[in-house]
Every structure is written in structure tokens, then in C-alpha cells.
Ligand binder design. Structure first.
Ligand code: BES
Ligand code: ZN
Length: 462
């Protein structure tokens, strides 16, 4: 193991340069004009995997390709443990561009951070695992298990094609556990094992008014204004206590136990720090819950985008023909995506005024995820975190979603270990996204230490 750890230490500068090459590829999955860039990014990654000694292929899908890379297999021991490392090479749209200090796809190193779109979410995080396996392969250190990397290009748009791929490659991908670094840690001194993620449903609602934009002086007053109608609809969906005001929305929500609430209160994040970090005047949220509970263990209804009428400079006096909102709800354990979608749609249709036409387009959806922190695998992961970071790890519930982890359980029967390397100040999905080079290096060590820990059969296993 010392050989592996020394290799990692010696090669940090090269690893950072390689990560910069990876970050230069603008793999924005949501934007059609980047389709070729996603393909190029997948090819770059597969080539890189081959250079470090993995067997890699690019698997086309109906959407963006999936990269599958494996450690060279020895046929000797059919009972050898097999783990999957999952990550995503696609990134969120970089807009608004004018808020970036340097362009999003021209990586910049400043202090101990590397700035670029996709650096923490998720290229830097899964690259740490690739560098750990490189260290094993290049030093000739035998791995105690087989590894398969599955790095997809559609995580940020719901992973629909990977879900199909899992089903059609069930035998090849069958494994003892999946390891994912695509979550966070409370701060650089607290490595974390995440044991819950929120689920999600996405949809777009469009309110249609007149057949075309109209002169607001000539016709305004006699026709409903779609932007106003949409605003009024949306305003009815949350009450002044921060609760979602949709009948049935909370029906199945699993309540937090006293024990869980106590654990959440022990985390090293204060409301004051959070308020400062986020740049808000005052925190807001569902009454009766702390900010940490609100952002990890309570469901939400969020407007992610809101568009209508003229957006250019100066004024244009129109009644717009339509108004649109992009919406996601975060879900918690026991809430079923299909049911929540139904209660939201039913209520919107019920309260929509007769003067406009409502159109609802469904998007992706996924349940929340919960995994036991006391399983032998989780305990193995906690040991690797402790040793790599030289700090005591914490258990986290997190608010983000990784839809495919539910399919890992359903299709492959495998639990997912969520070992995030992101920091709250990393600006994931925001301008000036960054990744901490200390987290990158600790993450590589954690990965290297994890495989021997995980490969020891648990007491009671044959
Ligand atoms: N890395 C995030 C998920 C995440 C972030 C989980 C922080 C926990 C803590 C992932 O890339 C992501 O952004 N997922 C999307 C999924 C959606 C588009 C289906 C999300 O959560 O919005
Ligand atoms: Zn993301």
C-alpha cells in the first residue's frame, strides 16, 4: 500500500494537469449544441482509462454515451469481490457566463482550488478514483477486487439511458457495492459518508394566453396576462410558513426521528455561516425545522426557471402570449414520484383560471435514497475516510439527488456508498465552480484505502 500512496503523492502535479485537460471539454448534457462535445469527452475519458491500464469502451446510447472501464480481469477466483465506481462526465450549463471570473471551460488554478464548470460536479471527484486505480496498476500492486468504472453523460438530465443500460448489462455489472463520489462534506475537516439523498420530480408548466404577443395598450385589461396568471398560480403553492400548499403533498413524508434530528444538529454548519455563504438577507424555510433539516430531509417545491415576455434591453409594451416555469420538487423517503406528480398536476389544473390554457410537461423523476450507515460496507468506507483524511468522518443526509442509485439497488441488488469530496463553497451548479485540491488528493487516498477495506469479507460471510 505504501507504494500506492507514494505514487499518488509524487504525481499530484501531473494529475492536476490531466484533470484540466478533462475540464476543457464542454460536456453540457442539457444543451443540444454540445452533443459532439459529449462524445469527444467520452472518447477522451476512455483513452485516458486505457492509458492508466484499464480496459475501456465507449457505449453509445439513444442520448449521450456511457464509458465503461475495467481493471484487467484474472479468471482465477470467481468469488473475487467486484465493485462499481459510478460518476458522470456531463456538466450543468455554465450560464450566466458574465458572472465567471474566467471562462468556465478554461480551467484556472488559484490557491488550492481548481476553477471550471464540472470540476467538483463531477469530473474531479471521479477522477480521484481513477488516479487511485492508476496507482495500483502502475506500481504493480495487486488489487484485492475487480473494479468497473461506469461514467455516464446524462446524470444532470435524469440518467434515463443509463437506467436501460443497467438492465441490458445486468450480468456484466453485477457487483457487491457501488461507490460514488458525487456528494459533499460539511467542510474540509469533516469527511462524510452520505446515507440519504432526496428524490426529485421535474416538470415544465406553460400558461398560454393570446395567440400572439399583443399591444398592451390596445388590448391590455381585456385579456388575462399569462405572466400574471402563472405568477398567481405559483404564489398559491407555498404558504407564508414555507410549507408547500398542495393538498396531499406531505401525506407520505417519513418523519425525522429524535435521534436523526440530534445527529443533524451535531453537524459543524451554523445558520449564520450558511446565510453568509449563500449571500441571503435572512434564511427562509419551513417553520419547525432547522436549515440543515430543511435542506436535506424535507420536501420542497422550487421554481428553477421562469420566463415570459420581453427580456431584452429597454421596455416593450406587450401582453405576452405565454409564460413558462421550470419546476422541480425534492422528495424525501416514502414519497412516491408518480403520486407527487399527480397531486401537483391535479391541484394546478384545479386552480388554473378559465382565461388561460395550462400545459404541463413531465420531466425526469426519482425516489429518495436511504442506505444503512451500520452495514459492514459502510463501516469499511468510514475506516477508509478516517485514514485518508486523518479526521473522524460524519454521517450526512443530503438534499441533492442521484437518480440512478435507486436503479443500482433495484437492478443490480447493490447498495451505494456515497463518499463525497465536494465542499459547500464549491459552487456546484453556480458560476465559478471549483474543486479543492486537498479534497482531490485526500479523495485519491480514500479510494486507494477503500478497496482493501471493502474486500475483506464481513464476519458471517462465507
Ligand atoms: N452531484 C449532484 C448531486 C448531489 C449534490 C447530491 C450534492 C448530494 C449533494 C448531481 O450531479 C446533481 O446535481 N444531480 C441532480 C439530479 C437531477 C438533475 C435529476 C440534482 O440533484 O439536481
Ligand atoms: Zn450536478
Amino acid at each position: 500500500m505504501q507504494l500506492v500512496l507514494d505514487y499518488l503523492k509524487r504525481n499530484q502535479a501531473r494529475f492536476v494537469a490531466e484533470l484540466c485537460d478533462y475540464l476543457r471539454l464542454p460536456s453540457v448534457s442539457a444543451q443540444l449544441q454540445h452533443k459532439k462535445d459529449l462524445r469527444a469527452c467520452a472518447e477522451w475519458l476512455a483513452t485516458h482509462c486505457r492509458q492508466i491500464g484499464l480496459e475501456a469502451r465507449v457505449c453509445p446510447t439513444q442520448g449521450h454515451p456511457i464509458v465503461v472501464a475495467k481493471t484487467p480481469r484474472r479468471k482465477l477466483n470467481p468469488r473475487r469481490p467486484h465493485f462499481m465506481v459510478y460518476g458522470h462526465y456531463d456538466v450543468q450549463p455554465p450560464e450566466p457566463l458574465d458572472l465567471w471570473q474566467t471562462p468556465p471551460f478554461e480551467p484556472r488554478i488559484a490557491g488550492r482550488s481548481i476553477f471550471a464548470r464540472g470540476t467538483t460536479d463531477n469530473k474531479g471527484q471521479h477522477f480521484a478514483h481513477l488516479k487511485a486505480v492508476e496507482a495500483y496498476l502502475k506500481t504493480g500492486t495487486p488489487l484485492p477486487c475487480d473494479l468497473t468504472f461506469v461514467i455516464e453523460g446524462e446524470e444532470e438530465v435524469g440518467s434515463a439511458n443509463l437506467a436501460k443500460f443497467l438492465k441490458s448489462h445486468r450480468n456484466e455489472l453485477k457487483c457487491d457495492a457501488v461507490v460514488v463520489s458525487d456528494t459533499g462534506m460539511p467542510d474540509a475537516d469533516h469527511p462524510a459518508l452520505t446515507c440519504a439523498l432526496r428524490g426529485i420530480i421535474a416538470f415544465e408548466i406553460t400558461v398560454h394566453g393570446p395567440a400572439r404577443d399583443l399591444h398592451s395598450g390596445i388590448f391590455g385589461g381585456a385579456v388575462d396576462n399569462p405572466a400574471m396568471a402563472l405568477s398567481q398560480l405559483l404564489a398559491r403553492l407555498r404558504d407564508s410558513n414555507g410549507r408547500v400548499a398542495i393538498p396531499g403533498f406531505y401525506d407520505d413524508v417519513a418523519p425525522l426521528s429524535t435521534y436523526e434530528r440530534k445527529q443533524i444538529r451535531r453537524l459543524p454548519t451554523s445558520d449564520r455561516e450558511l446565510q453568509k455563504l449563500l449571500g441571503v438577507k435572512k434564511l427562509f424555510g419551513e417553520r419547525g425545522f432547522t436549515a440543515m433539516e430543511q435542506r436535506s430531509a424535507r420536501p420542497t417545491f422550487e421554481i428553477n426557471g421562469l420566463t415570459s415576455g420581453y427580456q431584452g434591453p429597454g421596455s416593450k409594451t406587450i401582453v405576452p402570449a405565454w409564460a413558462r416555469a421550470k419546476i422541480t420538487c425534492r422528495l424525501v423517503p416514502n414519497q412516491r414520484p408518480a403520486r407527487i406528480r399527480k397531486v401537483v398536476c391535479d391541484y394546478l389544473r384545479k386552480i388554473c383560471p378559465p382565461t388561460v390554457r395550462l400545459e404541463i410537461e413531465a420531466g425526469h423523476g426519482a425516489e429518495a435514497y436511504l442506505v444503512s450507515p451500520t452495514s459492514p460496507q459502510a463501516q469499511a468506507a468510514l475506516r477508509a475516510l478516517r485514514e485518508a483524511f486523518h479526521r473522524e468522518p460524519v454521517l450526512l443526509r443530503e438534499g441533492g439527488s442521484i437518480p440512478i442509485v435507486n436503479d443500482f439497488k433495484k437492478v443490480l441488488g447493490a447498495d451505494t456508498l456515497l463518499l463525497g469530496l465536494g465542499l459547500p463553497e464549491d459552487n456546484a451548479h453556480s458560476p465559478n465552480e471549483k474543486f479543492d485540491l486537498g479534497c482531490f488528493e485526500n479523495g485519491q487516498r480514500m479510494s486507494a484505502l477503500l478497496w482493501p477495506e471493502l474486500s475483506v469479507p464481513a464476519a458471517g460471510d462465507a
